[in-house]
Design a protein around this ligand. Structure first.
Ligand code: MRU
Length: 420
């Protein structure tokens, strides 16, 4: 992932083992995999059959730090997603054949992390659109209606991260404005312009990550310990991540520090994704179970916490992966700075406080299993919120592409983002 510190365009070209693909697995049955009781949607390592054409990426040839893996890419009018439910065991990307398949991939966490699902949504509403335009001979106004329908549909896949609705709505309003300006535009011209806008969202994401890294890198001192929760890394974005951006940049600048990654039950994004991507980029990372944070903090092993977020409310409350709130409370107790990193697309001034953020609840089977193994009784009552909200009082600062925003959040977030 460290190579994403280079040119943004690098990320668009996955180093693919063209010979190792498994083409022709056929179009899937979108919408059937998500949330199926007993199937453990999104359960790591359960090896659900991929719905679309898959390509195994070549990771054999180079050492861990050198191999590039793209979270997603748009190539030749097609969207490919790295299937993150298969990491770290298998590195497989899946071609998306339909908007329903994209919905399912987001729901199942094949692509996940707030910025990444935003970019996947922007490309996702375009999947198969050209074919539809040709087959049905859609007028530009019908294309616009189709886009609106697809945007409304994709938004329902995951409710908490604002980036998804931000990105698909941006695509729809781009289309509306374009039609107003150029009512005579051809179907082909219209769809090409939409692709250009999605690529812009993708490239902005890469740039925003870099900006977050620049803003936060000075927080990481030589010899320090940095704790993070879930995966707000390269795999959660199309760039160098949000929480991890300062880490990658400090590492590249030669700062020696330790990262502690919470494993992050129930779906283990910290274990499967954060520790995997940081390690392969040569960072010093230690994996912890979620219940170890108090111990490592009490032993003065942690000097700083940086996490990502799925939505920042207008008052500075932040939603992030379940367990983040507990880490913030502990950080406060031990006097450790607790920072949240995010791009502007995660700030939602239309949501007044954390109480107004919709928290996604997921399939009980995720809690009843550890990987493939059942760890809870059949039919057990389960509570499985995917996120919690950390009150702004516990947040030392929000690391953004525009610098570090501190309290009073309501005022300072509005000052920075109010006119966007
Ligand atoms: O359920 P996930 O894996 O999508 O949850 C991801 C997180 O909670 C991340 O911390 C958040 O989306 C920020 S990603 C830069």
């Amino acid at each position: 992932m460290a190579d994403r510190l280079g040119s943004g365009a690098d990320n668009m070209a996955a180093r693919k083992n063209d010979g190792a693909g498994q083409p022709g697995q056929g179009a899937g049955q979108p919408g059937q995999g998500a949330g199926q009781p007993g199937q453990g949607a999104g359960q790591p390592g359960q090896g659900a059959e991929p719905a679309g054409q898959t390509t195994e990426l070549n990771t054999q040839a180079a050492g861990p730090a050198e191999v590039s893996v793209s979270t997603l890419r748009w190539t030749g009018g097609e969207l490919y997603l790295l299937d993150q439910t298969r990491l770290p065991g298998e590195i497989i990307e899946e071609k998306q054949e339909s908007v329903e398949q994209v919905w399912d991939s987001i729901k199942q966490l094949k692509v996940r992390g707030a910025p990444a699902i935003g970019v996947a949504g922007a490309y996702g509403i375009l999947v198969g659109l050209d074919r539809l335009i040709k087959e049905k001979g859609l007028s530009v106004h019908q294309i616009q209606e189709e886009l609106q329908k697809r945007a409304d549909y994709l938004e329902t896949s995951r409710p908490t991260a604002v980036n998804l609705s931000w990105a698909v709505r941006r695509m729809v309003s781009f289309a509306r404005n374009l039609l107003q300006k150029r009512p005579d535009i051809s179907g082909k011209g219209f769809s090409d312009a939409l692709v250009t806008e999605a690529v812009r969202i993708n490239e902005e994401d890469i740039e925003l990550c870099r900006g977050i890294g620049e803003s936060g890198r000075e927080l990481i001192k030589g010899g320090s310990g940095v704790l993070t929760h879930c995966n707000a890394g390269a795999l959660a974005t199309s760039g160098i991540g949000t929480a991890t951006a300062p880490m990658y940049m400090a590492h590249q600048a030669g700062v020696k520090f330790r990262v502690y990654a919470d494993e992050t039950r129930p779906l283990l994004q910290g274990a499967r994704l954060t520790s995997w991507e940081l390690r392969r980029s040569g960072l010093d990372v230690t994996l912890l179970t979620d219940n170890m944070a108090a111990l490592v903090m009490s032993r003065k092993m942690i000097d700083l916490v940086i996490v990502g977020t799925d939505r920042v409310a207008a008052n500075g409350d932040v939603a992030n992966k379940i367990g983040t709130y507990g880490v913030a409370v502990l950080a406060k107790h031990f006097g450790i700075p607790f920072y949240v990193a995010c791009p502007m697309s995660t700030v939602d001034l239309d949501t007044p406080t954390g109480d107004d953020i919709v928290i996604e609840e997921r399939d009980p089977e995720e809690v009843l299993h550890f990987g493939k193994r059942r760890t809870g009784p059949e039919g057990m009552k389960v509570f499985n919120p995917a996120f919690d909200v950390t009150p702004h009082e516990l947040v030392s600062g929000i690391i953004t592409e525009a610098g570090i925003i501190t309290a009073p959040y309501e005022e300072n977030l509005k000052k920075r983002y109010g006119s966007l």
